[in-house]
Every structure is written in structure tokens, then in C-alpha cells.
Design a binder for this molecule. Structure first.
Ligand code: C2E
Ligand code: MG
Ligand code: MG
Length: 336
């Protein structure tokens, strides 16, 4: 078969190389009656193969066709929502575990379509990426989030998720900084959450963007740590300020020794590298206690607060600051 032929080792003088190939098939007439359409289907199948890893084979199927149709519906609805300013951001507190006081908020995109209902960002962010309008989406979201952050106490930071496509686009730095300037939010109050996979796929461009943004005072935090395809060696090449331990480890910390050991190791590594640590997805008091005991500095999760809109965020802040004794308040102002 073709794939085996291609992947056989080749002799290039003193070196021996192996190629790998991904395949996408489209069968006439199901996948298209016209040549153009057929080719597009084959490309879709090929794209799927590449996403699944090296040397995969995908045939354009009824399932893929359905998915494409859904994605197109989603794309149209989302484009309209952006134009009509209907995509919102909610905010979830990130707290200092020692006393549970907020140190910042993560902005999370929220969208309710009249026909499709509530659509998760985990579903619509990838569509915006694939169909090439993540920039427009992200710009609206950042502007809204930054505006909301203006009414929080100055020592609180805004943490904003950057999509992997944005880390491949050299224009990202300017877009972000000019939006901050327009809104009037100090870059020192912004943190950008990026994932390991995003950093690895376009290393040079990503490196440039990270360096430039950090130069402007923006901090970078590594989201979903422990689940991506990172090599610790490569991670050393990048400069981060913070690591967010993925919920997958946190949710099992009280029941599973292995997860506890992994978290322990991540915390030790971060201490050595002088990085801040946030544990994501804390839902139970017991999890919070264990994390505190392990020396984890910050946490985030339903136990401390669910993502809520900007008005509810202000009410939450009022409550927190009212309850906190004065001494805590002065300590808070030193964080961030
Ligand atoms: P993420 O950045 O890792 O965000 C954390 C997700 O975990 C959020 O899901 C949050 O609502 C959820 N979460 C927080 N605490 C808990 C908990 O205690 N238990 C459980 N079960 N879940 C918790 P959400 O809002 O659905 O967002 C999903 C993903 O979508 C995010 O993962 C992020 O990758 C992406 N996303 C969200 N907003 C944006 C955005 O504005 N821009 C970009 N590029 N991506 C976004
Ligand atoms: Mg995040
Ligand atoms: Mg995360």
C-alpha cells in the first residue's frame, strides 16, 4: 500500500530517513458530484488525519459530512453573534489558597444562540479557529473583559485565554496591546493563558509573541498543565510566569495517590523555576485542604466560585472585601 511504500526508510548517503504521510479519501458521488466539491471533501478528510497524528488515514464519511454541516451552521450563527455583540465574557475568581481571597479572575467566553441554545466555548472556539475568524472573536472578548476589569480593585489581574491559532499569528502582540490601550487597562494587569500544545506547534512565532508581550508587562500562564504533548526540555526554552495544573489531576487528588504525587512534583518543579502555581477545578473543601498542605499557592474552581457575569462579579468582590478583616485587605494589595 502507498503509505507503507512512502514510510519505508530511504538512504540519503550517510543518513537514513523516514517519511510519513497522512491520507484523506473522498468517494464519488457521496462526497461530492463535482470535482471541486470532491477535492474539498478529500481535504477535509486529510485535515482530520493530520489532526489525529502521523500516518493516519481518513475516509470522508456520513459522520464527517454531518459534522461539517453542524460546524457551518455554528459558524454562521457565531459570525452573526459577533456582529451583534452577543458573545459575552463571564469571570471566575482565582484565589490565594491560604485565605481564599481573590487575586484575579479568568475571563470565559459565553454565548447563547436563540436557536442553538447555550453553546460551550469548547465547541465554538475551535470553529472560529478553523474557519479563520478567531481574531475577531478574541478581540471583542478581550475588549469586554478588559472593560470589566477596570472596575475591579487595581491589584486584581485579568486572565484571558489565547487560542493556539493566535500564537501562530505574528500580528497578535499588536492586536492585544492596542486593545488594552484603547480600553485603558494596564498591561501589567493582564495574564494570557496558553496551552503547551499551542506553544509547541509553532515554536518560533509563539516564542516571539511571548517575549514581546512579556516585554510590555503582560504575564504568561501555562493552562491545562500536564495534559498537553509537552516535552519538559522544550518547556525550558519558553519563559512563563505561572502554571495552571489541569483539573484532571485536581479532581482525583483526594482519591488517587498517583495524582497527588504528580501535583506534588509539579509544585516542586514550579518552586525551583520560580513560577506561580494555580490548581484548576477545585470543587471540594478536601481538595482545597490537600492542595494547601502540598504548598500550592493559588486555586480556582466551583468551590471558590463559578464563572458569573460582570455585575455578579462586582457583587462577589464586595462580599469578599467586606468579610475580609482590614489586615487581609492590606495583604491583598501586595499580591498581583
Ligand atoms: P480553560 O481555560 O481550561 O477553562 C477552565 C474551564 O473549566 C472553564 O470551562 C470553566 O468553566 C471550567 N471550570 C472551572 N472550575 C471548574 C470546576 O470546579 N469544575 C468543573 N467541572 N469545571 C470547572 P468553559 O468555560 O466551558 O471553557 C472551556 C474552554 O474553552 C476553556 O478551558 C478554554 O480553553 C476555552 N475558552 C473559554 N473562553 C475562551 C476565550 O475567551 N478564548 C479562548 N481562546 N478560549 C476560551
Ligand atoms: Mg484557561
Ligand atoms: Mg484550564
Amino acid at each position: 500500500m502507498m503509505k507503507d511504500v512512502l514510510s519505508a526508510p530511504y538512504d540519503l548517503g550517510d543518513r537514513n530517513v523516514r517519511l510519513s504521510a497522512s491520507f484523506g479519501f473522498a468517494v464519488y458521488p457521496f462526497a461530492g458530484e463535482e470535482f471541486e466539491e470532491l477535492l474539498k471533501s478529500a481535504e477535509t478528510a486529510l485535515y482530520r488525519s493530520k489532526r489525529r497524528g502521523r500516518g493516519q488515514i481518513t475516509v470522508y464519511s456520513r459522520e464527517i459530512a454531518q459534522e461539517m454541516k453542524r460546524a457551518t451552521q455554528l459558524e454562521q450563527a457565531l459570525r452573526n453573534a459577533i456582529i451583534n455583540d452577543a458573545v459575552e465574557t463571564h469571570f471566575q475568581p482565582i484565589v490565594r489558597l491560604r485565605d481564599g481571597m481573590p487575586v484575579g479572575f479568568e475571563a470565559l467566553a459565553r454565548w447563547r444562540d436563540p436557536d442553538l441554545g447555550f453553546v460551550s466555548p469548547a465547541a465554538f472556539v475551535p470553529v472560529a479557529e478553523e474557519r479563520g475568524f478567531i481574531d475577531a472573536l478574541s478581540e471583542t472578548l478581550l475588549r469586554k473583559a478588559a472593560e470589566a476589569a477596570l472596575s475591579w480593585p487595581r491589584e486584581l489581574f485579568l486572565s484571558f485565554n489565547l487560542s493556539s491559532a493566535q500564537l501562530m499569528d505574528p500580528g497578535t502582540t499588536d492586536t492585544i496591546l492596542s486593545n488594552l490601550a484603547r480600553v485603558g487597562l494596564d498591561p501589567h494587569r493582564l495574564e494570557l493563558e496558553i496551552t503547551e500544545t499551542a506553544v509547541m506547534t509553532s515554536a518560533d512565532t509563539a516564542q516571539r509573541i511571548i517575549t514581546d508581550l512579556r516585554g510590555a508587562g503582560v504575564r504568561i500562564s501555562l493552562d491545562d498543565f500536564g495534559t498537553g504533548q509537552s516535552s519538559l526540555g522544550r518547556l525550558r526554552d519558553f519563559t512563563f510566569d505561572k502554571v495552571k495544573i489541569d483539573r484532571a489531576f485536581v479532581s482525583r487528588i483526594t482519591s488517587d495517590r498517583a495524582s497527588e504525587h504528580i501535583i506534588r512534583a509539579i509544585i516542586a518543579m514550579c518552586q525551583g523555576l520560580d513560577l506561580d502555581v494555580v490548581a484548576e477545578g477545585i470543587e471540594e473543601r478536601a481538595e482545597a485542604e490537600t492542595l494547601k498542605m502540598l504548598g500550592c499557592g493559588m486555586g480556582q474552581g466551583y468551590y471558590y466560585g463559578k464563572p458569573v457575569d460582570s455585575a455578579a462579579t462586582l457583587r462577589y468582590l464586595q462580599e469578599q472585601y467586606r468579610e475580609a478583616p482590614a489586615i487581609e485587605r492590606s495583604r491583598t494589595s501586595r499580591v498581583g
